[in-house]
Design a protein around this ligand. Structure first.
Ligand code: ASP
Ligand code: MG
Length: 409
């Protein structure tokens, strides 16, 4: 088998951890596999480099940031390769350029444009382990570019796809994707399998595990991968395209987002173009809104509510002020901070009915009041008071039978 493994910053965060990586790779070689590894910079190094830049320049040129930040991964590929030599494994490092990663777009947040992995494939065919730098590539002009924070995940998925890996493993400090954040829901369990879309929708659970851009890339190019721990050999979570058996579970997981705020505008004249005015003002000021709920007009006036991060509330109020004046004398703005969002996600929702009712019933029984409600094909989101969010998550997790089976006494 050809296995591509990606080790993140914590997994190469010390010399001991790097030795651990070398031993794990050696074990795979001893089993007869071909192995390529994509690595991040040692944990904290990218932040240190950013700190150095800040010491010398308040607004460092993005081009130079890329030259600087890419050195983090260049250190770690050489060190991991050396650690492999120390345990008798023939390995070579490749930088982003040598790995054939061509990027496009802006410095510090470039995209992968194409990959020519011929050099890496040649090394692999010679029996060498290839250690590739994540997070970096070169654009068509030959300038070094980086892919945005957390970009090594994307490098790994893209590299695995390019070399035609049989298995792509993302090794990290968590041992898989859980049905909820175990710090909030102690009964959360590790999922054996999850679809790309479910992982993308489970924002708070998913983004801790992997950069969402790389999940989107994996979905587009059909790269099945496993999220697992670099510190043990337990099976992790397979992330793959959906298949029929996956629909047996109604809900795959529960995710929460704290620090949300709601803005409601009432007294909006029931005329075309009103919603556009409101949303364009927010869009122009780059305020990200999340849930949008609106009612059909009553007595000629409509109302819209939307949520955003609490940090954006002040800016949203400012940007809506002139719009409100435009909407006429009846228009009023109302806000509420200290709310949180709870979402349940699962492709099984498509084929099961009554999912929302089940969720709302459980919350009602727990005397938790629901604010806004919005749904998509595979997700139901609600808002609750921030003080209720953890209880709400536990209640809903239990109501859908996601709690791990009690262990024998
Ligand atoms: N070293 C980069 C970062 O810290 C890329 C990565 O780790 O994925 O963001
Ligand atoms: Mg990462």
């Amino acid at each position: 088998m050809l296995i591509v493994q990606k080790y993140g910053g914590t997994s190469v965060g010390s010399f001991d951890r790097i030795r651990n990586v070398a031993n794990r790779v050696k074990a795979l070689r001893d089993e007869g596999h071909d192995v390529a590894v994509v690595v991040s910079a040692m944990g904290g190094v990218t932040d240190q480099l950013i700190g150095m830049a800040d010491q010398l320049c308040s607004n460092p040129p993005a081009r130079e940031m890329d030259v600087l930040l890419s050195t983090g991964e260049q250190q770690s590929i050489a060190l991991v390769t050396m650690a492999l030599h120390a345990v008798g494994v023939d390995a070579v490092s490749v930088t982003g350029r040598q790995a054939g990663m061509t990027t496009s777009g802006s410095h510090t947040r470039a995209r992968i444009h194409k990959i020519d992995s011929s050099l890496s494939r040649r090394y692999l065919s010679e029996g060498k382990v290839v250690i590739a730098a994540g997070f970096q590539g070169v654009n068509e002009e030959g300038l070094i570019q980086t892919l945005g924070r957390g970009g090594s995940d994307l490098s790994a998925i893209a590299f695995a796809s390019s070399v035609g890996a049989d298995l792509c493993q993302i090794l990290t400090d968590v041992d898989g994707v859980y049905s909820a954040d175990p710090r909030v829901v102690p009964e959360a369990r590790k999922l054996p399998e999850i679809s790309y879309d479910e992982l993308l929708e489970l924002a708070s659970v998913g983004t801790k595990v992997m950069q969402s851009r790389s999940v989107e890339f994996a979905k587009k190019y059909d790269v099945k991968f496993e999220v697992c721990s670099s510190l043990n050999n337990n099976p992790g979570t397979i992330v793959t395209e959906e298949h029929e058996a996956m629909e047996a579970a109604v809900i795959r997981g529960v995710s929460i987002e704290r620090s949300q705020a709601r803005v409601t505008i009432t007294g909006i004249p029931d005329e075309p173009g009103m919603s556009a005015q409101i949303l364009s003002a927010l869009g122009d000021d780059e305020i990200n809104i999340d849930m949008i709920v609106s009612n059909i007009a009553h007595d000629g006036y409509a109302r819209h509510s939307f949520t955003m991060h609490t940090n954006d509330l002040g800016r949203a109020q400012a940007s809506l002020k002139p719009v409100l004046a435009n909407l006429g004398p009846e228009a009023k703005l109302e806000t509420e901070a200290a709310i949180a969002k709870l979402s349940v996600v699962g492709i099984g929702m498509r084929s099961h009915s009554g999912v929302a009712a089940q969720m709302f019933k459980a919350l009602g029984q727990a005397v938790i009041n629901i604010g806004m409600i919005s749904t998509s094909e595979i997700k139901i989101s609600i808002t609750v008071d921030e003080t209720n969010i953890e209880d709400a998550a536990r209640v809903v997790h239990g109501a859908f039978g996601l709690d791990s089976a009690p262990t024998e006494p």
